[in-house]
Write a protein that binds this ligand. Structure first.
Ligand SMILES: NC(=O)c1ccc[n+]([C@@H]2O[C@H](COP(=O)([O-])OP(=O)(O)OC[C@H]3O[C@@H](n4cnc5c(N)ncnc54)[C@H](OP(=O)(O)O)[C@@H]3O)[C@@H](O)[C@H]2O)c1
Length: 319
């Protein structure tokens, strides 16, 4: 089976924040990663002027677009009828809906491989991971797969934080840390010397394509992948080098971050998830003795370096 996969890929959540990078990488892959790539999206997305342009670009590269509702079983069955591999990039609000999508995949005759939407922090990093609030929906999806999905093989792509989203200093959550090239000011969590593993957004797409090209190592696996490992202080140094100026650096002690996190959850603040993830990242939850990059055929020089990500941040390029 492994040698025939993937042939027909269905991408769900393709126009989302990371979905765009994953869909771009799959559709643009040379040589092609599959004979057919189809985007399954809602009619609202398909008719939104901003997203129409993205979808048209992909169509001009040979992808197909079908519309439907991920909550409608008939729409999903129709989408699955010509699909052997599903790549889900659904956003946090829609993660739980993947349980039904997986049930339908298992029931179908066609789907053989499913990438649930992960592309982030390792939700099974250590014994404390199971209690982290932001992990709960992804953990439920993995639990459903373990208990109920036997025929379809699943692959989780675990990337750690995207530096493009980690770097900005958000006025609403300064304590969570960040870097502001305009004011040349950084807020660093802890001492700033503890390492964090990152995957840039273009590299997430590259790594998903690599996983698709290597079913022999990817099927049924939680792949731990990364662009680079660095420290918050090394990021400050890179900004200083590229802006030619000394930056002001403030620190949030780890304990203060924990307090801000607790307060945010108590007030149902939308930034509570960010605080928790920043705490997990600051405390080493992205570090491995060895990643799976190499078994996917990717060398360190294939990945985007810190300098490029900082260059994009300095030039004000968004994601
Ligand atoms: N590592 C990191 O730093 C990091 C950062 C952000 C996200 N992530 C992870 O990446 C994954 C995708 O997140 P994202 O932020 O890219 O997602 P997103 O932009 O919020 O949404 C992605 C897509 O999901 C679909 N969608 C969203 N809400 C829906 C709903 N209620 N009903 C139906 N479809 C819905 C839409 O698909 P259409 O395109 O078809 O409209 C949307 O474009 C998640 O697992 C998230 O945890 C990781």
């Amino acid at each position: 089976m492994a040698s025939q996969l993937p042939s027909k890929i269905l991408i769900i959540g393709a126009t989302g924040t990371i979905g765009k990078y994953i869909a771009n990488a799959i559709i643009s892959a040379e040589p092609h990663v599959a004979s057919q790539v189809t985007i399954f999206t809602s009619s609202a997305t398909a008719s939104s002027p901003n997203k129409q342009a993205i979808l048209s670009g992909w169509k001009s590269q040979g992808a197909s677009v079908i519309t439907g509702d991920i909550g409608n079983a008939d729409d999903v069955r129709r989408a699955y009828s010509s699909t052997d591999t599903v790549v889900s990039c659904l956003g946090r609000n829609a993660l739980a809906s993947q349980i039904e999508l997986l049930r339908l995949a298992e029931e179908s005759n066609d789907v053989k491989w499913f990438f649930p939407s992960e592309y982030g922090t390792d939700i099974e990093y250590d014994s404390s991971s199971k209690d982290e609030k932001p992990h709960q929906n992804k953990l439920r999806v993995r639990e459903f797969i373990q208990d109920n999905v036997k025929r379809v093989k699943c692959t989780y792509v675990v990337t750690g934080p995207y530096p493009e989203m980690f770097l900005p200093l958000l006025p609403v959550a300064e304590k969570a840390g960040g870097y502001d090239p305009k004011s040349k000011r950084a807020v660093v969590v802890g001492s700033g010397d503890d390492k964090i593993g990152f995957t840039s957004m273009p590299d997430v797409g590259k790594l998903v394509v690599a996983a698709l090209r290597h079913p022999e190592v990817s099927l049924g696996k939680a792949l731990k992948v990364q662009s680079f490992v660095t420290t918050p202080n090394a990021i400050v140094e890179e900004f200083e080098k590229q802006t030619g100026a000394k930056w002001t650096v403030d620190h949030t002690p780890n304990q203060r971050l924990r307090e801000a996190e607790k307060e945010s959850w108590e007030h149902n603040s939308p930034i509570a998830t960010l605080y928790t993830l920043k705490r997990i990242w600051a405390e080493g939850g992205t570090l491995y003795d060895k990643t799976d990059n190499e078994i996917l055929g990717l060398k360190p020089e294939d990945m985007e370096p810190l300098s490029l990500v900082v260059e994009k941040a300095v030039s004000g390029k968004g994601y």
